[in-house]
Design a protein around this ligand. Sequence first.
Ligand SMILES: Nc1nc2c(ncn2[C@@H]2O[C@H](COP(=O)(O)OP(=O)(O)OP(=O)(O)O)[C@@H](O)[C@H]2O)c(=O)[nH]1
Ligand SMILES: [Mg+2]
Length: 282
Amino acid sequence: MAGNIQWFPGHMAKAQREIEEKIKLVDIVLELIDARIPLSSINPVFENILQNKKKIYIITKTKMADPAINEKWLKYYNENNMPCLFVDSIKCLNLNKISVLAKEILKEKLEKERLKGMKPRPIKTMVIGIPNVGKSTLINSLVGKKVANTANKPGVTKAQQWIRINKDLDLLDTPGVLPPKFEDKIIGFNLALTGAIRDDIVLKEDMIFYFLDFLKDKYPLSLEKYEIKDINISNLEILENIGKSNNLYYKDHADYDRVYELILNDFRNLRLGLISLEEPKL
Ligand SMILES: Nc1nc2c(ncn2[C@@H]2O[C@H](COP(=O)(O)OP(=O)(O)OP(=O)(O)O)[C@@H](O)[C@H]2O)c(=O)[nH]1
Ligand SMILES: [Mg+2]
């Protein structure tokens, strides 16, 4: 699809409505952001829905992203007074800090309740974010068992679900929501590369050409996996080389579709190294 990508599947409209309905019930929101695409994984619609609700940015998949770029993002969030935690739900990085930080942010409210004689209660939190960012995986890792379905594709969670993490924390899992349109086609590429939207929503060829240009510019060494040392060759030559060395051939040229799949799988399974697709302008 060229130019603006305009779409909004019905199930997302419903998921968004349900978030709007439940927002009153929660003390604080965890907005999940993919460490590899901290700009593209923000849904501006959430800003309107949340209004003045307290929020922690939970940066997920930290261990899949470039550590040097993670550092830059941490600095960015700190400088902009955006409470954040860089976590990895698979490697259990910083997960125990979530309820500590939530309590700290809600200290005044909880103290007021205590003074009124109310009993201590779990903090109610809603986990929101774009599809595939790791909402359900985070919840499972916090509970220590599989209570929510997860998979590496968008749209796995279909309905909201309350989950008690411990006496201090209740979490509401929600289905992923994306904005109704992406102004910038690079956002579409970033979302498709990381699996937040299905690959067939963007033009795969354009996405792979964008990605190869990006790698040449920012991560030239990653192409050594394909024995490409001279980054001045064209993307078409790169595809031909990869086709040849991986036996992905169709008549006299590379079987492009299968080469695209190979590159995508290599990126998603970290075989090209730890790659961040977006960095902050500091
Ligand atoms: N390495 C790593 N993988 C993660 C992390 N969080 C999630 N994943 C993987 O990302 C994929 C998507 O995770 P889910 O938890 O299903 O994502 P979701 O946000 O609930 O997705 P929807 O329900 O579709 O909105 C799964 O393959 C997870 O294993 C993380 O912190 N690190
Ligand atoms: Mg889910």
